[in-house]
Design a protein around this ligand. Structure first.
Ligand code: CUA
Length: 362
């Protein structure tokens, strides 16, 4: 019977089977009811069809106690069964036993941001190229321990989004101005796609992300990496590269983290800016002078920009800073006001790095 449902995604969380049970019971009860009702209807249409020359009205029937009690009691049992199965699933989905990790996740148009208690931060961007989404397009948002309950505290910066991990059967709305939460427990290590499941504007379908469930040893390693090293050099790494690092032998791992830390500290500001550019800006701003969703960064610094309201502005540090934090303050002529504000998402140091990088693009 389950074979008919090979289109259902893998069941990879503790309560996935409970959710599927409710779905499958409702599906099969509905299927049986449909066959009985439509089957009886077709049979009666045939059996009691008007025959030639038969003008007599049919027999007058008032009621039939047995049939009426049966068609009341049997569906009632079915509905109670659905109620108790749903209640059981709901309790499991709603209340975790004990939570091993709490992460804050903020949705925005159009991407996600995760913040760990120790300051680790992951940001996913919008996939703006008009092409089919491939597995490589799912950017890591959450690294979590497999086999441990994880709670996600959700909110949104702008409109309602919905955090949806099909393999976990976990879904909850991210609502601006309030916190909502959901929890899940991945049953095995792996990469699980995360989608936005609430229509949130033009690029709603193009904010794919990934929940990565780690083995205990990898999770231990993940926690050992300090937040600034992680945020500056590892957060934007492809999942497989980070996994490879987490699987290094002890000594090499410590050496690697130490080196990353040193390398980051020694990196010139504009180099750090370039990394931030790749992570957050590259999907809308080019560095080669070609036009994209937003103005190109090439030759941007120092030029005089024509604004949509007819005025002009000289591009300096203050203009760039304002345009990063509050993009709608000054709209460049010929472009639409579609950039999300980065207020609160970038530190002053990161903004400086980004501006330094833009300055290098002469
Ligand atoms: Cu975010 Cu739909």
């Amino acid at each position: 019977m389950l074979l008919l449902f090979s289109f259902l995604p893998e069941r990879a969380s503790k309560y996935a089977l409970d959710v599927d049970t409710v779905f499958l019971v409702i599906f099969w009860l509905s299927f049986i009811a449909f066959v009985l009702v439509v089957g009886a209807m077709l049979a009666f249409m045939f059996k009691y069809r008007a025959r030639k020359g038969d003008e007599e009205p049919g027999e007058y029937i008032t009621h039939n106690n047995l049939i009426e009690i049966t068609w009341t009691v049997v569906p009632a049992i079915g509905i109670f069964a659905i109620f108790f199965l749903s209640l059981n699933a709901y309790k499991k989905i709603k209340w975790p036993e004990e939570v091993a990790l709490r992460v804050n996740v903020t949705a925005r148009q159009w991407g996600w941001q995760a913040e760990y208690p120790d300051g680790k931060k992951l940001i996913t961007g919008t996939l703006k190229e008009e092409k089919a989404i491939t597995p490589e397009d799912f950017q890591p948002l959450l690294y979590v321990p497999a086999g441990e309950p994880v709670e996600v505290i959700l909110t949104s910066q702008d409109v309602i989004h919905s955090f949806y991990v099909p393999d976990f059967r976990a879904k909850y709305d991210a609502v601006p101005g309030r916190y909502t939460k959901l929890w899940f427990q991945a049953t095995k290590p792996g990469k699980y796609p995360l989608y936005c499941a609430e229509y949130c504007g033009d690029w709603h379908s193009r904010m794919p992300a990934l929940v990565v469930a780690l083995k205990p040893k990898e999770w231990e390693r993940f926690q050992k990496i300090d937040a600034s090293t992680f945020n500056n050099s590892l957060a934007s790494m492809p999942v497989d590269s980070l996994l490879a690092i987490l699987r290094l032998p002890d000594e090499e791992f410590s050496k690697f983290v130490g080196e990353q830390k040193k390398a980051m500290a020694a990196l010139p500001l504009h180099k750090r800016g370039e990394m931030i550019y790749q992570r957050l800006c590259a999907s809308c701003h080019t560095t080669d002078g070609s036009k994209s969703i937003g103005p190109t960064f090439k030759g941007l610094y120092g030029k005089t920009e024509n604004l949509a309201d007819g005025s002009t502005v000289k591009v300096d540090e203050n203009y760039l800073r304002e345009s990063i934090l509050d993009p709608n303050a000054k709209i460049v002529a010929g472009f639409q006001a579609v950039m999300p504000p980065f207020q609160g998402q970038l530190s002053e140091e990161e903004i400086q790095a980004l501006i330094e990088f833009i300055k290098t693009l002469k």
